[in-house]
Write a protein that binds this ligand. Structure first.
Ligand SMILES: O=C(O)c1cc(C(=O)O)c2c(n1)C(=O)C(=O)c1cc(C(=O)O)[nH]c1-2
Length: 250
């Protein structure tokens, strides 16, 4: 006999408990928050995270494409506008590019994605591909690592200005903007998730999906640790050149 389903409150509790594995605990993130990161490490993080930023709208468009429910689409579409912007509204991708400039990166170099490490690219691509192939409810619920995102954005707003006075403060707009947006996203994502997963098996599956998403975020930082902390970027034993691929257009 399988176990009885968790109540919505128990299920939400189980989802929130996954915060123990959020990338806020990754050593690379801890170093940034505690003021131990070098300029090169911060720049590497910003340039690599840009790949996540530009792929979030593709991920959300995949969810919309798979969702026959008009009411859901009306709400979900806001996520694309949050990142891409709209007439009179800058959008998160542009705000991220300003963050990049604030940490001393060249805008064109960030846009070229030449600094994006293969491990980061593969992790982000796995997330987008999951959203393409999963049901819209499963893909929607995989965004719920955002439950833990306001805390991580706030930690940067609190800690970075004091540790890294060389970063231009105009760069912090992105984190401030996400505090509000992430809370709203989570409210919608939770509504869908608590409604959709009603059996114990389905709830356990959802926890695995959330674990997959935690793995995406953790793996991105693992790749950055190798390159910028341990000085072991791909192919470092044979060349100092960034020979890795820059994404293959299909
Ligand atoms: O800076 C972070 O640590 C962080 C984490 C996450 C997350 O938990 O996936 C997101 C973001 N930021 C973020 O800025 C963002 O727009 C976002 C969208 C999503 C998503 O899965 O749809 N996650 C995140």
């Amino acid at each position: 006999m399988s176990q009885p389903a968790m109540t919505p409150a128990e299920f939400e509790q189980a989802l929130r408990a996954k915060g123990a594995l959020y990338h806020i605990h990754h050593p690379f993130h801890r170093a940034m928050y505690e003021g131990r990161a070098t300029r090169e490490q911060i720049q590497g993080w910003v340039a690599n995270r840009f790949y996540y930023q530009v792929n979030i709208p593709l991920k959300d468009a995949a969810i919309l494409a798979n969702c026959p429910d008009r009411e859901t689409r009306r709400e979900w579409i806001q996520r694309i506008l949050d990142h891409d912007g709209a007439p009179g509204e800058e959008g998160g991708i542009e705000a991220w590019l300003r963050l990049a400039e604030s940490v001393g990166l060249d805008r064109e170099q960030v846009l070229s994605q030449e600094l994006v490490l293969p491990g980061v690219r593969f992790a982000v691509d796995a997330y987008v591909n999951f959203a393409r192939r999963a049901s819209w409810q499963e893909a929607a619920s995989s965004s719920l690592t955002e439950l833990f995102a306001p805390q991580i954005h706030q930690s940067r707003l609190d800690a970075w200005p004091q540790h890294y006075p060389w970063i231009d403060v105009t760069g912090y707009d992105y984190f401030r903007k996400r505090l509000k947006e992430a809370r709203r996203d989570v409210e919608h994502g939770l509504r869908i998730t608590l409604e959709h997963y009603r059996t114990r098996e389905a709830q356990e599956r959802m926890l695995q999906i959330l674990q997959f998403k935690l793995d995406v975020l953790w793996s991105m930082l693992d790749a950055m640790s190798m390159a910028y902390e341990l000085q072991r970027p791909p192919y470092h034993t044979v060349t100092n050149e960034r020979v890795w691929h820059r994404g293959i257009e299909l």
